[in-house]
Design a protein around this ligand. Structure first.
Ligand code: NDP
Length: 290
């Protein structure tokens, strides 16, 4: 039987509509819009598109989104000075530094400089630590999107066997923490995992976050499992064109799974929706603390 396709595009629209309601409530209460500041250093074409989309999406839900574009040769201290200025700015609720940064800039140093209360990407070690300790904090956007897609699928997480393939700080580890918090029994697989297929076949919930097309084949999927494909890989589509695919061989897995996210149109749109959600969450938390 063919799997249910989990429509991330439509679900992201729902999340954005929810955010719009929260933004309106925030404005009514505090007399200003939540502010998201996006910092782009350099002229990487993909990053230019991503950051413009983030600025546009935040303004569309009624926030004050602003993009700061700095030349690739900007000294580290100048980037840090901008971050510090935004940390101190009362009307700034969220700060996002677009990755990757140009060579010569120390990514860790710059990300660590963002105030944890304004860290809407959830990459700051304080927020990572809060998540690992099961305490409230800002949680990375893509993992939050994965959890919402699982809710859409009607997944029972308590007691489920979950396998997360990938252990990055931005996707694999936080998604594993969120599944653990929901009482799933979680295995994290990675490049040194032996017999990945057998590990994956144990999963009621399989999350692939690697960046390798066709890594997860149909026979890796337990019948009836829910598959969340985070991977984004651009491959040759023949005729001189390219196309975007995930880590999972979709046609094969869809024959076996009960539900699966497509690429594109699955996890991708959810990430930006949860960036907006994190911004209004950060804004509300800051204002309530005062
Ligand atoms: P990283 O490169 O940081 O991490 C990849 C992980 O995959 C690592 O933990 C690595 O293991 C593991 N891995 C590599 N090869 C294998 C293998 N053969 N078998 C099992 N595990 C393997 O990537 P990210 O976490 O940043 O991103 C993962 C994917 O998700 C990418 O395609 C990225 O483009 C996509 N992505 C999509 C987003 C979206 O919005 N849809 C957002 C963010 C990312 P090890 O640790 O041992 O090296």
């Amino acid at each position: 039987m063919a799997a249910r396709i989990l429509d991330g595009k439509a679900l992201a629209e729902t999340v954005r509509a929810e955010v719009r309601v929260s933004v309106d409530a925030f404005k009514a209460k505090y007399g200003r819009a939540p502010g998201l500041e996006v910092i782009l250093v350099g002229d990487d074409p993909a990053s230019q598109v991503y950051t413009r989309n983030k600025e546009k999406a935040s303004n569309e839900v009624g926030m004050r989104g602003r993009l700061h574009v700095l030349p690739a040769a900007t000294p580290e201290d100048e980037v840090l000075a901008l971050v510090q200025r935004l940390n101190a700015d009362e009307a700034t609720d969220g700060i996002l530094v677009q990755l990757p940064l140009p060579k010569g800039l120390r990514e860790q140093r710059i990300l660590d400089a963002v105030s944890p209360a304004k860290d809407v990407d959830g990459f700051h070690p304080i927020n990572a630590g809060l998540l690992a300790s099961g305490r409230p904090g800002l949680v990375p956007c893509t993992p939050r999107g994965c959890m919402r897609l699982l809710a859409l699928a009607g997944a029972t997480l308590k007691g489920a066997r979950a396998v997360v393939v990938g252990r990055s700080n931005i996707v694999g580890k936080p998604v594993a923490q969120l599944l653990l918090a929901e009482h799933a029994t979680v295995t994290i697989a990675h490049s040194r995992t032996e017999d990945l297929a057998a590990v994956c076949r144990e999963a009621d919930i399989l999350v692939a976050a690697v960046g390798k097309a066709d890594l997860i084949r149909g026979d890796f999927v337990k019948p009836g499992a829910i598959v969340i494909d985070v991977g984004m890989n651009r491959i040759d589509a023949g005729n001189g064109k390219t196309k975007l695919v995930g880590d999972v061989t979709f046609a094969e897995a869809a024959e076996v799974a009960s539900a699966i996210t497509p690429v594109p149109g699955g996890v991708g749109p959810m990430t930006i929706a949860y960036l907006l959600e994190n911004t209004v969450t950060a804004a509300t938390a800051r204002m309530e603390k005062r």
